[in-house]
Design a protein around this ligand. Structure first.
Ligand code: ZN
Length: 446
């Protein structure tokens, strides 16, 4: 048995002095603060580890972009104890049971935190959906526009209906990258080849309207097929309004947004600064504030990182490559898993939200939403996945070790609030501040 104590343990939404008793990977008791203990964390906060449901690890196939070893170490150093890996950017994509087996085999010996898997819904793989469900994927992800990699095709509305029909009996969710392809195609005509570096043009090429129309389609699919549908990375106030109205009507739709949409705004982004390229794009500050409003009123269910790294050359960061400083050619994806909690806390605090609320968006809500039994809270019987966090400490990104395979991130040199001092997975201390190393791998496939 190991007993941790602190003056500030997050229990049922409140910080209280308590001792946490850990045995056989589980929390076996929450006891009064005074008494026998092994480690005293004093005034530091103890929170459940974050559960990041939107991560691209890319292994196997594109391990030189990011692999399980570096990606899950970065997660651990940032306070995330469970990730769910997206079905694309690795080769093979997770679109059938044998691909899932390949993914699991490559993650198995390298998972420093717990790893789960989304299956993919692509045109023609409806017959693979029951097998993937039987093999315990956590749900199915599709793209309504080209995904950026050729081996993961996007679904037309007709394909989407076939996927919905196949997924419904499994009881799992359909997750969708929601942008309308016709609107994107129309808007993309502004790329003349001369203005690839212009962020204003990139924004015009992926307008809010594309998200709004796609979400309307998803609402219709959810209603028609009585299917749980989830909108990933909402970046539009207009899409948010559609989701809000649909939820009020009882539609089984849910939604997430990502840390970068809550932290940055278009006003921060210079022409040619392709580190910020992601899709949908980071929009103006008024949209960012609307997303905070969507979190506050429950329209958005939780927050993810959408950690989606690639090679610096593809990200438009190296001279003499075709994508250099061009938003039309650079890889769209932001490398960020290590900074999820601190980024969200920094921006949430500035808007008057509490740390307990932030923990709900990053731990409790994603755990409940994705049926992670006995995770996402600190309570007796729950998995001992927890972190020790100093909400008042500051650090500059780059001053401590960045564990991502490639260190390029738009958060570089940002001054963030909130430092992870220690991370425990299944009761084992795997990261402590100052060590610059993550112990393990002790993660489980979940
Ligand atoms: Zn993604």
């Amino acid at each position: 048995m190991v007993i941790l104590r602190s003056k500030k343990v997050l229990l049922d939404g409140e910080f209280s002095p308590a001792r946490i008793k850990i045995e056989d990977e589980k929390i076996v008791g929450i006891a009064p603060y005074e008494g026998e203990h092994d480690i005293d964390y004093g005034e530091l906060c103890i929170l459940p580890g974050c559960i990041d449901l939107h991560v691209h690890i890319n292994e196997p196939g594109r391990t030189n972009w990011e692999g399980y070893e570096s990606g899950t170490q970065a997660a651990a150093a940032g306070g995330t104890t469970t990730i769910v890996d997206m079905p694309l950017n690795s080769i093979p994509s997770t679109i059938n049971a044998s691909a899932l087996e390949t993914k699991r085999a490559s993650a198995k010996a390298k998972a420093y935190v717990n790893v789960g898997f989304w299956g993919g819904a692509v045109p023609g793989n409806e017959k693979d959906i029951p097998d993937l469900a039987a093999e315990k994927v956590r749900g199915f992800k599709c793209f309504m526009v080209p995904s950026g990699v050729e081996e993961f095709d996007f679904v037309s509305t007709q394909d989407l209906e076939k996927s919905a029909e196949a997924i419904q009996p499994t009881g799992l969710r359909l997750l969708a990258h929601a942008e309308d392809p016709e609107t994107i195609e129309k808007s993309a005509k502004i790329w003349t080849g001369e203005n690839g570096a212009s962020y204003a043009d990139y924004l015009l090429s992926r307008p809010e309207e594309a998200e709004e129309i796609a979400v309307q389609t998803l609402v219709r699919i959810s209603t028609t097929y009585d299917l749980d549908v989830h909108v990933v990375h909402v970046a539009s106030a207009r899409a948010l309004d559609v989701i809000r109205a649909a939820k009020a009507q009882g539609c089984k739709i849910t939604a997430e947004t990502c840390a970068h949409y809550l932290y940055f705004s278009a006003e921060d982004i210079s022409d040619g600064d392709t580190l910020f390229k992601c899709a949908p794009p980071i929009r103006k500050a008024s949209v960012r504030e609307a997303l905070w409003g969507g979190l506050a009123d429950g329209t958005l269910d939780f927050i993810t990182s959408d950690h989606s790294p690639s090679l610096p050359s593809l990200k438009g960061l190296e001279k003499e490559t075709p994508s250099f400083a061009r938003f039309d050619k650079a890889w769209g994806g932001i490398s960020s898993i290590q900074f999820l909690l601190s980024v969200v806390w920094t921006s949430a605090k500035a808007r008057g939200f509490s740390l307990s609320q932030v923990s709900d968006w990053l731990s409790k809500n994603p755990a409940e939403w994705n049926a992670f039994e006995k995770r996402g809270r600190l309570a007796s019987g729950f998995c001992a996945d927890l972190i020790v966090f100093d909400p008042d400490a500051f650090f500059e990104v780059g001053e401590k070790k960045i564990f991502h395979r490639h260190k390029v991130t738009p958060y570089y040199l940002e001054k963030l609030s909130g430092l992870v001092h220690a991370t425990y997975v299944s009761g084992k201390l795997i990261f402590s501040d100052g060590d610059e190393a993550v112990d393990g791998p002790f993660g489980k496939l979940v």
